[in-house]
Design a protein around this ligand. Structure first.
Ligand code: ZN
Length: 391
């Protein structure tokens, strides 16, 4: 048994109302004792028991580590020119993915691993303690499996997204590509993946194609999630609920009926502010989802085309400024919301028995995450009681 005590926490956000005030369970002058990677005790800092190691955070704020439930980390190449052109007036379409596909196929394992490792370091630096990563920039049997194998070196939350876009060699033969994804490609990918995902949208895959692929994934032992309603409303949310997807992501276009369907389901509504920000698109109004009682998550959507950020704090600031979140709702969505979107109950809050995943903020309260946009407040990040980033 190894133990570490984190003491002199000025403001502890536990996300557990039994531990402190409000939905965030905030407690002042607190301490946490971690034993074997899990939270073993939470209480007043002056009453903390002995531990192998004591770390004073000198009055700083501690929050549960961010859970980034939507990211695309394994790829090669750069699309800054495309971003620049878009900011100069061109509109975003799903086709830009093809540039990254060509670069990813051509990259060596070492190059993909180094790129992923750099992004994982960025995530830790931004206070993220659990992250999901999708394939979807290779779009052939061998390279989709390779992307997932490399992603697995960094996270267990890996997602097979062979149905990201129809590759050029299948132009005008999308049903043939769907057959490949749901057959041979899934077979090669499944041992490296926990999830299956489809980009079900205008210019990508239609509802029937998405259903075929997600059902094949479920039959192969994967769990479904979906890219839904980013560019247009083609019925992806209804499919998400029908298939009990863990999460429907983007949701930039939502009818009241779809909001009610999400609220009455086990499907988390995951919003990705970085995508609207970086494509200069209209933000969804999260107040409609909260009013209906839907479970809401925030994620970075880190990817080279439409949201190249690893900063959850940035996403929270945009969500608060432009999507109708309160700072409290944004923090819950970025932590326990993300955990629910990954169907995880061992992360997203700091209660006794949970994995000791947390971030220490150089700030007097969690509100500073959205109150001080663009300022890096993360002082250190801890995963399973181990320090993975120290400023
Ligand atoms: Zn995505």
């Amino acid at each position: 048994m190894s133990s570490v005590a984190i003491t002199d926490i000025g403001s502890l956000v536990s996300n557990d109302s039994n531990i402190g005030d409000g939905a965030l369970g905030i407690r002042t002058n607190a301490a946490i004792v971690v034993v074997d990677g899990k939270v073993a005790w939470i209480g007043d800092s002056d009453k903390v028991a002995d531990a192998d190691e004591k770390v004073s955070v000198s009055g700083k704020t501690v929050i549960p580590g961010f859970v980034d439930s939507h990211a695309h980390l394994v790829f090669a190449g750069d699309r800054s020119e495309e971003f620049s052109a878009r900011m100069n007036g061109e509109t975003y379409s799903a086709g830009g993915i093809k540039t990254t596909v060509a670069a990813t196929r051509a990259a060596s394992d070492e190059e993909l691993r180094a790129n992923t490792s750099r992004l994982v370091s960025e995530l830790h630096r931004s206070g993220v303690t659990t992250f999901e990563s999708k394939s979807g920039y290779a779009l052939d049997v061998a390279n989709e499996a390779r992307s997932l194998r490399i992603a697995r070196e960094f996270t267990n939350e890996t997602t097979f997204l062979g149905a990201h876009v129809v590759p050029v060699e299948f132009a005008n033969r999308s049903d043939d590509y769907v057959e490949l994804v749901a057959g041979e490609m899934l077979h090669a990918a499944k041992s490296h993946a926990k999830w299956i995902d489809v980009f079900c949208d205008r210019g990508a895959f239609d509802v029937d194609q998405a259903r075929t692929i997600l059902r094949a994934g479920v039959d192969a032992g994967l769990q479904p999630r979906i890219h839904a309603n980013q560019l247009a409303n083609i019925g992806a949310v209804k499919l998400a609920v029908e298939l009990n997807c863990a999460s429907a992501d983007h949701l930039s276009h939502l009818t009241d009926k779809e909001i009610d369907a999400l609220a009455g389901s086990n499907t988390v509504a995951t919003l990705l502010p970085g995508a609207e920000f970086s494509t200069r698109s209209t933000y969804p109004d999260a107040r409609r989802l909260f009013a209906a009682g839907a479970t809401v998550a925030l994620a970075t959507d880190c990817n080279p085309g439409s949201s190249f950020t690893t900063s959850m704090a940035f996403c929270m600031a945009v969500a608060v400024r432009d999507m109708g979140f309160s700072p409290e709702q944004a923090l819950l969505a970025a932590t326990v919301g993300g955990a629910k979107a990954l169907r995880r109950s061992d992360i997203g809050a700091l209660s006794v028995g949970m994995r000791a995943d947390f971030a220490v903020l150089n700030a007097p309260s969690y509100i500073h995450l959205s109150y001080r946009p663009g300022v890096d407040l993360v002082d250190s990040t801890w995963v399973g009681g181990k320090n993975v980033y120290q400023r």
